[in-house]
Write a protein that binds this ligand. Structure first.
Ligand SMILES: OC[C@H]1CNC[C@@H](O)[C@@H]1O[C@@H]1O[C@H](CO)[C@@H](O[C@@H]2O[C@H](CO)[C@@H](O[C@@H]3O[C@H](CO)[C@@H](O)[C@H](O)[C@H]3O)[C@H](O)[C@H]2O)[C@H](O)[C@H]1O
Length: 318
């Protein structure tokens, strides 16, 4: 079959996947499939703050460099993930008791150093990740919102722009895929940043779904953000199944993947789709959602599932 990356390219879009460090190192078949099917990759954990700077001043770029090098050797682009998130923050930072001024300096240095290191080699950054409160009331409570003041997103975006003027800068969000109080708040934040002239280039919708299906207003939501002059992306797509999954569940899963592809293709500024892992062998779902899994396009032996065929068919449909 024609690789997904080629089908997406016909539309001027890209298709990507999250890549866990160990998979890239230890599984030959995985690397071949990755390079064959995908035009972008997102390091699943290697570019997060706790991986890069586990101890203050101790830097570890090993897995991040390996992912960037792999991409360069296989004509793939890299989405950097993620600079500011409430999870996977190193302990020295959460327990540091830093003042606003001190934390500002620390964040600025982290952004300058990380974006600077991959200047010209990472084409997009999830600068901001999951900052919106789930109830849509405002910012999610975090070290950042508690310490850095209400305008910290604009400041962090500006530091990222300084470090690499060519990289596209994104705010990536979870559970804001449809029209909801949360996505309304996210929309208001994005609109305010654009109005303030902050360097926000795009927004990412993670799309961690299950058989409840694609949330109501998904396409409309993509379109309203793009109408703000923003690129939009699906950044972490998977469809978790209750285990053991049967053919009916896999057929429903396939339909959901296809719906997402069709919605993205109908929105001009939807730049592409990234799946959060492409084989059931490497997926965050089983560890974090006991009883669920089989969420991706290929099975554990890298064999295509109905989801893969539906994804490909939706990419090439007229
Ligand atoms: O939570 C799912 C998505 C939601 N959106 C943002 C996105 O970044 C997030 O991705 C997931 O983010 C999760 C953390 O919140 C990641 O899970 C972490 O993944 C890390 C790297 O594998 C794990 O850390 C390893 O843990 C091992 C045993 O516990 C240790 O031996 C390793 O040293 C340590 O690196 C953490 O326990 C585990 O919690 C998942 O792989 C990753 O898929």
């Amino acid at each position: 079959p024609v690789p997904l990356r080629e089908l997406a390219a016909r539309d001027g879009r890209d298709v990507g996947t999250a890549v866990p460090g160990p998979a890239l190192k230890n599984y030959a078949g995985y690397r071949e499939e990755l390079a064959r099917e995908f035009s972008t990759l997102t390091p699943e954990n290697a570019m997060k703050w706790d991986a890069i700077e586990p101890e203050r001043g101790t830097l570890n770029w090993t897995d991040a460099d390996a992912a960037v090098d792999f991409a360069r050797r296989h004509d793939m682009a890299v989405r950097g993930h993620t600079l500011i998130w409430h999870n996977q923050i190193p302990r020295w930072l959460t327990d540091g008791g830093f003042s606003r001024e001190q934390l500002d300096g620390i964040v600025r240095e982290h952004v300058r150093r990380t974006v600077g290191r991959y200047r010209g080699r990472v084409f997009e950054w999830d600068v901001l990740n999951e900052l919106t409160a789930d109830d849509g009331s405002g910012y999610r409570r975090s070290l950042w919102s508690d310490t850095l003041g209400p305008d910290f997103p604009a400041r962090v975006l500006r530091w990222a722009r300084e470090a690499d003027p060519d990289a596209k800068l994104y705010w990536n969000e979870i559970a804001a895929d449809g029209i909801s109080a949360k996505s309304d708040r996210f929309y208001a934040f994005a609109k305010a940043l654009k109005a303030a002239g902050a360097p926000l280039d795009g927004v990412g919708f993670q799309a961690h779904f299950n058989l409840d299906g694609v949330p109501k207003g998904f396409e409309e939501n993509l379109r309203r953000f793009s109408d703000l002059g923003l690129d939009v992306r699906v950044t972490e797509l998977d469809v978790a199944l209750q285990l053991p999954a049967d053919d009916t569940a896999r057929a429903r899963q396939a339909d959901i993947y296809a719906q997402v592809v069709r919605a993205c293709r109908r929105v001009d500024r939807c730049k592409g789709i990234t799946v959060w892992g492409f084989t059931d062998r490497f997926s965050w779902i089983p560890e974090t959602q006991p009883g669920f899994g089989d969420a991706t396009l290929l099975d554990r032996e890298l064999e295509p599932k109905p989801a893969y065929r539906a994804f490909a068919a939706a990419l090439q449909a007229p």
